[in-house]
Design a protein around this ligand. Sequence first.
Ligand SMILES: *[C@@H]1O[C@H](CO)[C@@H](O)[C@H](O)[C@H]1NC(C)=O
Ligand SMILES: *[C@@H]1O[C@H](CO)[C@@H](O)[C@H](O)[C@H]1NC(C)=O
Ligand SMILES: *[C@@H]1O[C@H](CO)[C@@H](O)[C@H](O)[C@H]1NC(C)=O
Ligand SMILES: *[C@@H]1O[C@H](CO)[C@@H](O)[C@H](O)[C@H]1NC(C)=O
Ligand SMILES: *[C@@H]1O[C@H](CO)[C@@H](O)[C@H](O)[C@H]1NC(C)=O
Length: 443
Amino acid sequence: MKNILLCIVTIITLSFLTTNAQGRKVSQSYETYEYTAITCRSHSASITDFGGVGDGKTLNTKAFQSAVDHLSQYSSDDATLLAAQDLEEYPVLKALPSYGRGRDAAGGRFASLVFGTNLSDVIITGNNGTIDGQGSFWWQKFHGGKLKYTRPYLIELMFSDTIQISNITLIDSPSWNIHPVYSSNILVKGVTIIAPVKSPNTDGINPDSCTNTRIEDCYIISGDDCVAVKSGWDEYGIAFGMPTKHLIIRRLTCVSPYSAAIALGSEMSGGIEDVRAEDITAYQTESGVRIKTAVGRGAFVRNVYVRGMSLHTMKWVFWMTGNYKAHADSHYDPHALPEITGINYRDIVAENVSMAGRLEGISGDPFTGICISNATISMAVKHKKAIWMCSDVEGVTSGVDPKPCDLLDGKQSEKMDGGCEFPSDVLEIDNVELKSCSYQNVT
Ligand SMILES: *[C@@H]1O[C@H](CO)[C@@H](O)[C@H](O)[C@H]1NC(C)=O
Ligand SMILES: *[C@@H]1O[C@H](CO)[C@@H](O)[C@H](O)[C@H]1NC(C)=O
Ligand SMILES: *[C@@H]1O[C@H](CO)[C@@H](O)[C@H](O)[C@H]1NC(C)=O
Ligand SMILES: *[C@@H]1O[C@H](CO)[C@@H](O)[C@H](O)[C@H]1NC(C)=O
Ligand SMILES: *[C@@H]1O[C@H](CO)[C@@H](O)[C@H](O)[C@H]1NC(C)=O
């Protein structure tokens, strides 16, 4: 029953339309479902209306495509939505311009399960309905080195504006789960993401060269970073030059034993700036908010603000890595040094921690303006001998226990009296309010 409900309630609607044309006039009785949305839809389609069956066995590709085709008749936009469970059915797309190649293999990449490009006003919502990526099929192929192209993501929206992804559960993605790229005004809310903690590259949410993104109330267990903020890779990302900026992440719960709650990078060659993370909870996670970069990346990670982290069983609370080795190819510019500056953490409680901080900048290119205040870290019984490890970093701290490394012992500015900075201005994406909408389904 629950399974069927999931399918019925998942409303995937492309391109908000101004036309008043009626969908279908039917005299049967209706069941009404409520949902909240940035803008209510004038047309909706349920997969069950098109022959979809939620028994977990029936292949619903056709029903899904029919529902989308039905909606497309109201749409003048170039909307694409694809769902398939057979490798042969996945079209191969060109590599992303800001990456220059696929991440798993040089060359193209399989289209994502739910894919859209050049869309405006996209809503993917459901009453906690599930999209199952059936990833083990892909993980095996990946581990066996059997893939000619990069694995599909579960949801990818490219060159799109005004996107809402809410109240859905995503399980076992072949690779990344939610990938908005070259897009703006994105709300991801109430999303549950679950994948085995050892599954390869099952990142939760990856805003990539996106402006104005708000991620809130999400619960993620995965085999890679719960949120991974990106903006392109080495010379390709530098040439494309599209940063991720004005990003809010709040009320995130993460479990990721081999990765970070939030990672910035390692692909950050278009730049990352103005990231505001608040109320982050993590259990059995490798690190908190981690910066990953390398010589050749260029660009910057700057003005990052983290306030309120509650961390339980962590390898590192603070982790910055300046020598993240992976490169798109050997043509990266060895003079393209990333600028990492203005990284603020405050109000942190962590327990059962192996090492408080491992902060490694780049020789000749130190990470500067690091600020840590009000952080209480309880070390694990079997913690590492070195509690902090710092190199090529500069910064200030106040109220940090255990006592931080000397490199963070900079002259404290007056600003420090109130702790590290957290901006009080309101971002545009925070003003987005959701309307109550309803959708009728023929019974
Ligand atoms: C989508 O938008 C991008 C950027 O504006 C443009 O370069 C590309 O040609 C568009 N693609 C399609 C399929 O319209
Ligand atoms: C959504 O579904 C997941 C997986 O079934 C479940 O763990 C989670 O508690 C559900 N969330 C809500 C808000 O019902
Ligand atoms: C998510 O579901 C809850 C409970 O049905 C509802 O109150 C809320 O408005 C929904 N939020 C979004 C963003 O869809
Ligand atoms: C320090 O952090 C804790 C945990 O987040 C918080 O409860 C407390 O109010 C903070 N103290 C100050 C002075 O900001
Ligand atoms: C503390 O962390 C260790 C791993 O470092 C883990 O085995 C142990 O269960 C954790 N203890 C608690 C109380 O969470």
